[in-house]
Each structure stands twice: as structure tokens, then as C-alpha cells.
Design a protein around this ligand. Structure first.
Ligand code: ADP
Ligand code: SF4
Length: 672
């Protein structure tokens, strides 16, 4: 296949001071949850991106000095020679594929509590730090001088590690951005007050870098776009003009959406584009930005319209590390598009290595030796029967098919996709259908994979096929008996005609009119999206949660605040720190999780969102029936998030027909 010549422009190189990119595909710095303690895992993951065609591959935020650590969130570091050695592994790996390697030098300031080092966080002012009940230390002149030296030393180490692009990080409320921020920076010395003063440290840091490493490395700066109203544009223009001669690349980012320090700005795409145009005009330097790129067409349009010089991507490069290569080869329908679930980010929030719903090989490149594009052929490809075409069954069928195994995939419903098909009809989740669509598209290209819809399979049907290898992926269903985090035993009174399960709601059933009580003991998205669906259909909805906030796990995916805000705006009544402990006569009985005090609420319909029952009967019934191999996978094994089902399907498919020594899982760690 050859690419459409319209896309040629994306494959042009771009000069960034002393270095030149091979194309315009730019993986911006993004967290990996691997940090400095998993160098082999990290380097292999970054290498895959370079192999997949990203012209620039960056590290995540990289601490310049031990006096700023972000624990419990893993971060990269350039503190010493050991870090230089480890990160040299990344630059070497990235260079092997002709790409450039970049490093984002970082210092947290107020946003870090230094839980690991236990030292006071240095910052322009003394304010409460992010994760702990203690404050930062207001920097005096000597501290500022020391910070400059640390930054410079890290920049020199970056050059030593053979990085091509080195960042000053002046965004996302970290140190340099804190100095720039007129609200946070209340200093009265030459580093506070008007912008010329607030930007002094940034200018000094950049000047230091330019002088020390600017001959070999491009100097990049990461800054945030302005608010939609463009407030402060003229003042900033002057700063940009001053910085421009020192900078080879402006990375314009949107503010992060965390609620920390009151930062929660949502910038419109049009405002971002206008701001980027302004930055380019004022500086005359190349600009990269993530924007809200969703497809090769939008990428192309941004470059053609002169919005961007380099197209930045974080999530698209996680969901499909081979996206540039697929565009180059004109294989657009092979691109695995991100679904925006933020599970990748959640991993870092939780302090563990990155994973991706769409790309189950993410984070497994070194540990299991998984490649996102290649599956080794199975030596003896005997046919496999897969029951259930949800994310687990679809993924397993696709991976086995690519490994050369004949597959029969049987699905009870007319629609494929299982839970993602149902859930993608819920508010805000339409993009989740991509989990199904991409896999179905891939399956259609595999002639030895046959799909049977509307084929509910029982034990006899399965044995009648004569296929010796069976994989069960029959999913799970929402429980209605209340069992979950709060109740280990069924709540008898929930067995009531007013109780309606999330599965039934998703399939279109609706309760009679009257007050709906939704008990969210799941703490992720299902309770919130069902409440949203019902309230927008005119039901009066009360969401009851035993936690202090709605959908508390969503804090890891940065969705919690947004979804609670949305429910409040839509008029959902929210009751926190409370369980629904019983159904009474026309009421739901609520109980405070602290005091145990009870009260009643009118209730015409009750929706328990608590936990799910694995549908594993078929698996158990087939056990001992003489099959050569029988496995269960996905939600019928252990109900979980979609990423878990995809990964499980992938893993079982990769394991099929392999010897144990082909399935080695390595452990990345420093050995003394
Ligand atoms: P997972 O997330 O583990 O893939 P899902 O619940 O999304 O699980 O998908 C399970 C799929 O299995 C559903 O589409 C369901 O219709 C299908 N299924 C369940 N039981 C059978 C059966 N006996 N025969 C065929 N398909 C089945
Ligand atoms: Fe996109 Fe979700 Fe993958 Fe992150 S985890 S890259 S948001 S699909």
C-alpha cells in the first residue's frame, strides 16, 4: 500500500536549532508510571514508539534534583551518573530508529510534597503542598541560585545521555510556572511583581541551557495556552519575543485538568489554535501542541493550515505506537484510535506502570516481550472456539487469527462488542465503541476467523463442533442483591419489583415514573452515567454513595470532579457518606456510614450499582468434558474494567500453543 500524497507534508523534516526531526510526528512528554526505577521497561516502551515512526520521542517529567520528588507518582530523574546511564539506554534505542529523543526537565515546587526525600519543597512562596499537610519553603536568593545550578547540571547530564531536545518546563503549575503565575508568586523581590520579574528565573534557566548545551541540543520550552478570553496576550507577547532567540521549539500545552491549586481551566480548541498562531507569529519559531487531535485528517489539517509545525500526541501514541507508520503506508483502517478513557493516566496516579485499554501491549514491551504489531505464529495451529464477542473474546480472536490459528467466534447477540456496545450508548461514552470497531475491522481481514452472531452456545453445541480448544468469554452481569464494597451478604429487601439492574437500563428498560434512588457502591463511572441518562430523560434521581464524593475512583482518571459537577448541574440529588441498606414500603432506607443513623427517602425505582456476577457457568459445565484446552477470560473470570478484559483476551491468545519458556515475565529492578 502507498500513502495518499496529501499526507506527504507530515513526513517532512523540521529543523529545531542544532537538530532536525525526521518527520512531524512528535510524542510529547507523557507520564508512564515507570519512572526511574523501571529503566528497561521504559526504554523498550519508548523504543517501540520510535520504531512505529514517531520522529521525536520524549521522556516523561524528569526531576532535575532529589530535592523535588513526586512520590507516590513515578517520575524520571537526571540526578546522577546512574540516571545518565539508564536514560542513555532510551536515547540509544530511540536513535536506532532514526528518531530524536527529548527530555522534559522538571521541578515540582509547591506541587510536590517530597514524601520520599522528606525535605521541604522549594517554591516561590510558602503554601500547602499537594499531598501532605505541610508547606513549601519560600526560596531566598541563594535557593534560587542553587536551583539554577541544579537545572544546569541536569541539562548537562541530558546532553551527556545524548538527548537531542531538552525542555524547560514552565507549565502545569510546576516550579517555573509558579514563578510566572501572578496569583501564586507574591514575591516582592526581583523575581516577583510584573511579568518581567516573574519570568526572570525562566529566562535565566533558558540562558544557562542555551550557553551550556545549545550547540548540540535543541532547547524547548513548555508553556500553557491562555484562557479563552486571551487575557494577558500583550504582556506575554513581550516575554515570548525575549525568549524566542533562546528557544528552538515552543510546546504549547493545555492546562492540566486537576483541581489542585484551583487550576481547572477548559480551553476551547479554537482558542488554542488562535493562541498557537499568535505564538508562532511573535516568535517565528516552530511550535508543537497536542491539541485535540483525533484522526490523521485532523493532524494533516493542523499542519496544512499552518497551525502547527509538529503534531504533538500523547494518548494517540499510547493507543497506537505505530500510528505514523500506518499513515505512511496508507493503512488508515489499521489505526487503533484512543477512546479517551484515561486508564493510562490512572496508572500513574496509582503509582504503577502505564497500561492502555486499546493497546494491551503498552507497558509489556520488555516484561513480556510483546510487540504491538507482531504476534509470533503458533507452531501447531489447531482450531479454537471462542464463546462471547465482548472485548475479551474479540481481542483473543484477533490475536489468534494473526498468529495463524483458525478461529470460530460465537456470540449470543446480534451485535458484537458485549459490554462496550451497551456502555457506548451511555452519555459521553460513544468513543468506547472503538474497542469493538477496531477489532471487528481487523477480524474481517482474517479469512480463517469465522464469526457466528445470534449463536448462544450450550455445552452440547460446543462439544458438537468437535473443536478441542475452547475459550470462554461470556462476561458478567450486574448484581441486584446489593453485594459489593458495602455489603458482603445479599440485602434481602432489594429483591423487590422496584429494583432494576444497570444491564436492564442499558438495554433500554425503564422504571415507572417517580423518584429513582441509585445506590453507587461501584465508585467508577457506571453510577454517574446511569444517573445522567435517567435525569436527562426526566426522572428525578437521587444518587447515594458511601464515599465522600461521586465516582471516587474517577479521581485517578481525572473524571471525578467533572462528572460530579455535571450531575449537580443536571439536577441529580447527591447524598454522600451513606448507603442504601434496605428498601421499605415506598421508600429506600439510607444509613450514614459513620453514625449508623437511618432515614427514609421516597423510592419508586431502585438501581443498585454495586458489583457484578461472573457468567462462568458454561466454563464450569465444560470442565472434565474431555476438551484439549479450556480457559475462561475477561469478565467471566474476574469482572473488571474494559482494559482488563482486553488484556486477558490478549494474554490467553498469546499463550495458546506456546511452551512455558516462551511466556517469560521479567521483573525490572535495580540489583545491588
Ligand atoms: P468481556 O468484557 O469479558 O469481553 P462482555 O460481557 O463484554 O465480556 O461480553 C460477553 C459476551 O458473551 C456478550 O456479548 C454475551 O452476549 C456473550 N455470551 C454470553 N454467553 C454466551 C453464550 N452462551 N454463547 C455465546 N455468547 C455468549
Ligand atoms: Fe486512550 Fe484510554 Fe489508551 Fe489512554 S488508556 S491511550 S485514554 S485508550
Amino acid at each position: 500500500m502507498t500513502r495518499d500524497p496529501r499526507f506527504d507534508i507530515l513526513f517532512e523534516s523540521v529543523r529545531l536549532g542544532p537538530v532536525t526531526t525526521p518527520n512531524r510526528f512528535y510524542q510529547v512528554p507523557h507520564c508512564t508510571g515507570m519512572g526511574y526505577s523501571m529503566p528497561a521497561t521504559l526504554n523498550a516502551m519508548r523504543e517501540i514508539k520510535a520504531e512505529g515512526g514517531w520522529g521525536v520521542v520524549n521522556t516523561e517529567y524528569c526531576s532535575i534534583h532529589p530535592s523535588s520528588d513526586d512520590m507516590p507518582h513515578p517520575f524520571a530523574s537526571l540526578w546522577d551518573e546512574g540516571d545518565v546511564r539508564n536514560l542513555s539506554g532510551m536515547t540509544e534505542a530511540v536513535h536506532r530508529h532514526g528518531a530524536l529523543a527529548g527530555v522534559e526537565l522538571w521541578y515540582g515546587g509547591i506541587r510536590t510534597s517530597n514524601l520520599a526525600s522528606r525535605s521541604a519543597a522549594l517554591a516561590p512562596t510558602s503554601m500547602p503542598t499537594s499531598y501532605a499537610p505541610w508547606q513549601s519553603q519560600r526560596m531566598d536568593r541563594a535557593d534560587i541560585q542553587q536551583f539554577r545550578e541544579w537545572h544546569l547540571a541536569a541539562a548537562r547530564r541530558a546532553r551527556q545521555a545524548d538527548f537531542d531536545i531538552v525542555y524547560a518546563y514552565a507549565a502545569h503549575s510546576y516550579m517555573l510556572a509558579q514563578f510566572l503565575d501572578p496569583v501564586i508568586n507574591n514575591r516582592t523581590d526581583e523575581y516577583g511583581g510584573e511579568l518581567a520579574n516573574r519570568s526572570r528565573l525562566l529566562r535565566e534557566v533558558v540562558e544557562d541551557m542555551r550557553a551550556a548545551i545549545g550547540d548540540r541540543c535543541a532547547i524547548a520550552i513548555r508553556i500553557e495556552t491562555l484562557n479563552d478570553d486571551g487575557h494577558g496576550r500583550d504582556e506575554r507577547a513581550h516575554l515570548l519575543e525575549t525568549l524566542a532567540p533562546l528557544i528552538d521549539l515552543f510546546d504549547v500545552t493545555v492546562p492540566d485538568y486537576s483541581q489542585e491549586m484551583g487550576v481547572s481551566r477548559f480551553v476551547k480548541e479554537a482558542s488554542l489554535e488562535a493562541d498557537i498562531a499568535h505564538i508562532r507569529a511573535v516568535t517565528g519559531k516552530p511550535v508543537v501542541s497536542v491539541g485535540r487531535f483525533t484522526s490523521p485528517e485532523t493532524m494533516l489539517s493542523q499542519v496544512r493550515r499552518g497551525v502547527l509545525d509538529l503534531v504533538g500526541a500523547a494518548r494517540p501514541s499510547i493507543a497506537d505506537p505505530f500510528l505514523p507508520e500506518k499513515i505512511r503506508e496508507g493503512r488508515f483502517d489499521d489505526i487503533r484510535e484512543c477512546i479517551g478513557c484515561n486508564i493510562c493516566y490512572a496508572q500513574d496516579s496509582l503509582g504503577v506502570a502505564i497500561r492502555c485499554t486499546q493497546n494491551p501491549t503498552m507497558g509489556e514491551e520488555w516484561r513480556r516481550g510483546w510487540h504491538p504489531e507482531h504476534v509470533p505464529a503458533v507452531a501447531v495451529p489447531e482450531p479454537v472456539l471462542i464463546i462471547g464477542a465482548g472485548p475479551a473474546g474479540l481481542e483473543a480472536a484477533m490475536v489468534l487469527g494473526k498468529a495463524g490459528v483458525p478461529v470460530m467466534l460465537a456470540e449470543a447477540d446480534r451485535d458484537l462488542g458485549g459490554r462496550v456496545t451497551l456502555e457506548s450508548r451511555l452519555p459521553g461514552l460513544s468513543e468506547w465503541a472503538r474497542v469493538r470497531d477496531w477489532r471487528v475491522g481487523q477480524l474481517e481481514k482474517l479469512p480463517h476467523v469465522e464469526i457466528f452472531r445470534e449463536s448462544r452456545m450450550g455445552v452440547a453445541d460446543i462439544l458438537d463442533t468437535g473443536i478441542g480448544h475452547v475459550m470462554i468469554a461470556t462476561g458478567a452481569s450486574w448484581r441486584t442483591d446489593g453485594r459489593g464494597h458495602s455489603f458482603a451478604r445479599p440485602v434481602d429487601s432489594f429483591n423487590d419489583p422496584r429494583t432494576i439492574s444497570p444491564d436492564h437500563l442499558m438495554r433500554g428498560e425503564r422504571p415507572a415514573r417517580g423518584p429513582v434512588v441509585l445506590f453507587d457502591d461501584d465508585h467508577y463511572y457506571m453510577g454517574s452515567v446511569l444517573a445522567e441518562r435517567l435525569v436527562t430523560e426526566g426522572f428525578s434521581v437521587t444518587l447515594v454513595t458511601p464515599r465522600g464524593v461521586v465516582g471516587s475512583w474517577g479521581e485517578n482518571t481525572v473524571e471525578q470532579a467533572r462528572s460530579q459537577t455535571r450531575l449537580l448541574e443536571l439536577g441529580v440529588e447527591i447524598i454522600v457518606n451513606t448507603t442504601v441498606c434496605a428498601l421499605g414500603d415506598g421508600t429506600a432506607v439510607l444509613q450514614c456510614v459513620y453514625s449508623g443513623r437511618q432515614r427514609e427517602l421516597p423510592c419508586a425505582a431502585f438501581v443498585p450499582v454495586t458489583s457484578r456476577e461472573p457468567q462462568d457457568a458454561l466454563y464450569h459445565d465444560l470442565n472434565g468434558k474431555g476438551l484439549k484446552t479450556l480457559v475462561r477470560m475477561g469478565d467471566c473470570k474476574a469482572p473488571g474494567i474494559i482494559a482488563q478484559a482486553v488484556l486477558d483476551g490478549h494474554q490467553h491468545a498469546r499463550a495458546f500453543g506456546r511452551l512455558p519458556d516462551e511466556l517469560i515475565v521479567r521483573r525490572d529492578r535495580v540489583i545491588i
